[in-house]
Design a protein around this ligand. Sequence first.
Ligand code: NDP
Length: 278
Amino acid sequence: MEKNIVGLIGYPLSHTLSPIMHNSVFKKYGMNWEYKVFELKKEELKKFIKKMKQEKIKGVNVTVPYKQEIMKYLDSIDKAAKSVGAVNTIVNKKGKLIGYNTDYIGFEKTLKKYRIDIKGKNVVLFGAGGAAHAICFALKKQKPKIIDIVNIDIPMAENLVKEIKLENYRIWYLKKSEVIDALVKNADFIINATSVGLDKKSNPYKIDKLKKKGIPVYDLIYNPAVTPFLKQAKNKGARIINGIDMLIYQGMESFKLWTGRNSDYDTIVKALKEKGAI
Ligand code: NDP
């Protein structure tokens, strides 16, 4: 019987963990499915979409830099993905391509897992890029008192606020350290959604003082497992959480959209550990 194909499109794709995650579950359940990597240059996107419909590829994940670009090629887009302004999952329903966003669900499930309740609370968010859109969409639903968005590029932060239609927010310039120190000192939840720390050396912001011990400090980055941002936060008494669960949960949601079945968290974690990925 012909294999059902799903996969990942993006560029470059050398470090992705998604094939390990999905293929481990297909194997565990004895499913005739395979998750492949499709590394595509921008000019190859349109052709791929055509191929996806013809070759009956059941669906794909979409990653950097195409989460927005891909939207114009799809037949329809789910309401939440429209609100986030990005698609990270495509489902091929009988030749019609439908776009979804599961990144924000990955973040919501992480909040739930770590029992982080931000209703009426102060949230400080570093970063205003693609991932920050999904984060803000999820945060908004939880009705925090305020989201303080800290970025270098202020128009980028203004654009984020406009797209997500945030109401209770403030925007701050990253280099204003006295102001940021005060925000951080008053925060109930602190998030790094910048790409700073991927190099294992850099830190977007040095935390001076926390409101109290055990304040959750979250970094979307999962490799390294403990970024310099998380390391210094831990030294100040924070409860630190990295981005691995967001990655796993977004993948599990995509799996469900493609196959109609639930994925398996423990199988994924085991496979990632065996490969030395986490
Ligand atoms: P983008 O490129 O869209 O955004 C990057 C953000 O980082 C911008 O806000 C940018 O701000 C900021 N930034 C970049 N360089 C610096 C710097 N030197 N100092 C301060 N800020 C900086 O990336 P994404 O939003 O797609 O991804 C962000 C991070 O989240 C990545 O590390 C990615 O791996 C991770 N991620 C994790 C996921 C998960 O499932 N765990 C899912 C998606 C992303 P400015 O423009 O002002 O420089």
